[in-house]
Design a protein around this ligand. Structure first.
Ligand SMILES: *[C@@H]1O[C@H](CO)[C@@H](O)[C@H](O)[C@H]1NC(C)=O
Ligand SMILES: *[C@@H]1O[C@H](CO)[C@@H](O)[C@H](O)[C@H]1NC(C)=O
Ligand SMILES: *[C@@H]1O[C@H](CO)[C@@H](O)[C@H](O)[C@H]1NC(C)=O
Ligand SMILES: *[C@@H]1O[C@H](CO)[C@@H](O)[C@H](O)[C@H]1NC(C)=O
Length: 312
């Protein structure tokens, strides 16, 4: 009888504990990504063996240890960018000249455009950006464990484990960028194409090495069915152009850069912005009617001119 009573007490205490864990999340943000260690180590080896073997040999377990030591056993609101210095030192590699791609407000577009470093090498296509991509993590004071329940948001504290990591990664990425630098901005972004504060404004521009940079190319691309809020030479893009020119950079800006538009058009093939202009098909140099290739007559004239080009 007594032991039954005791086990009931134990069970209810256990139950209350797990109940209060759910209720008592310390922070408002999502907790550490489950299987963080396996993901980080796996991504690291995936990167050095498959994605970009040019970086050479790295010890991914050592990188994981350095990464973890940056934030475990610490108040999750007192993590500084420099706490990640060793991780960065261990994972640093060359960023090829002319390949850097900075961005704001269009992360997924940049991912497909950069194509894992094949076309451009954005921060998330470097080893240190690659293993942290889309992950969440934080520790807790006086415990070596990770907090899987919740982590502080940027609003709760600026010096949280994730934001400090990305600050350090952004600073390093900017310092190692060279040649022609590209910046892809969202002309339909509600908060402005060039947000300040922002990672590009606050951590990347101040860390560019002027003597290694020949030119800065800005692309402002609107969503296919989105509003045209900003363009080159207006609003926040103008602020950015002026800031970079004042710093002494050679700056160019292009609206709706064609290569990026083609990529966006994959999802909107019938939108009028996505119609290939007939000049694309003018194989033999003869002018073809402008406008969409919708009626059969236009299609036929294109076929005829293609055939003519082949016969000659
Ligand atoms: C990689 O680092 C781990 C942890 O620091 C260490 O135990 C291991 O010996 C290292 N491996 C190599 C091949 O250097
Ligand atoms: C990282 O590398 C830099 C430059 O080589 C060096 O000055 C710094 O002490 C290193 N930091 C750590 C924590 O290893
Ligand atoms: C980078 O681009 C510039 C200008 O287009 C070109 O002159 C230079 O050769 C390029 N560098 C590399 C390494 O491709
Ligand atoms: C551009 O910004 C808008 C509004 O913030 C957003 O809905 C859209 O997804 C962004 N476009 C891209 C390509 O990410």
């Amino acid at each position: 009888m007594k032991s039954l009573f005791l086990s009931l007490v134990v069970v209810s205490v256990l139950f209350m504990n797990s109940f209060s864990d759910v209720q008592g999340k310390k922070w408002k943000g999502e907790g550490t990504t489950k299987n963080l260690e396996s993901i980080v180590i796996g991504r690291c080896y995936n990167y050095i063996r498959i994605v970009n073997p040019a970086v050479g040999e790295k010890n991914c377990s050592e990188i994981w240890e350095a990464f973890k030591n940056a934030f475990i056993n610490k108040d999750p609101c007192s993590i500084l960018p420099k706490d990640y210095e060793l991780v960065i030192n261990l994972s640093l590699h060359t960023i090829p000249p002319n390949k850097s791609l900075f961005w704001e407000n269009n992360q997924l577009l940049v991912k497909s455009f950069a194509d894992r470093g094949r076309r451009y090498m954005s921060l998330s296509d470097t080893l240190f950006g690659f293993f942290g991509d889309f992950l969440n993590w934080c520790g807790q004071a006086n415990s070596a464990g990770l907090d899987y329940e919740s982590c502080p948001t940027m609003e709760e504290c600026e010096n949280n484990a994730v934001d400090s990591f990305w600050r350090m990664a952004s600073i390093t990425y900017a310092q190692h960028s060279s040649g022609v630098i590209h910046v892809l901005l969202n002309g339909s972004a509600v908060g402005g194409a060039y947000p300040a504060p922002g990672f590009f404004a606050d951590y990347e521009i101040p860390n560019l090495q002027k003597d290694k940079i020949s030119k800065i190319v800005i692309w402002v691309v609107d969503d296919i069915e989105g509003p045209d809020i900003e363009s080159c030479g207006t609003h926040t893009v103008k602020i950015l152009e002026n800031r970079l020119k004042t710093l002494g950079y050679d700056v160019t800006c292009t609206d709706n850069y064609k290569s990026v538009m083609f990529l966006l058009c994959l999802d909107y093939p019938d939108d009028s912005k996505c119609t290939l202009s007939s000049s694309v098909f003018s194989v033999d140099g003869s002018p073809l009617p402008d406008g969409p290739l919708t009626d059969m007559g236009t299609v036929w004239s294109v076929v005829v001119s293609l055939l003519r080009a082949c016969i000659c």
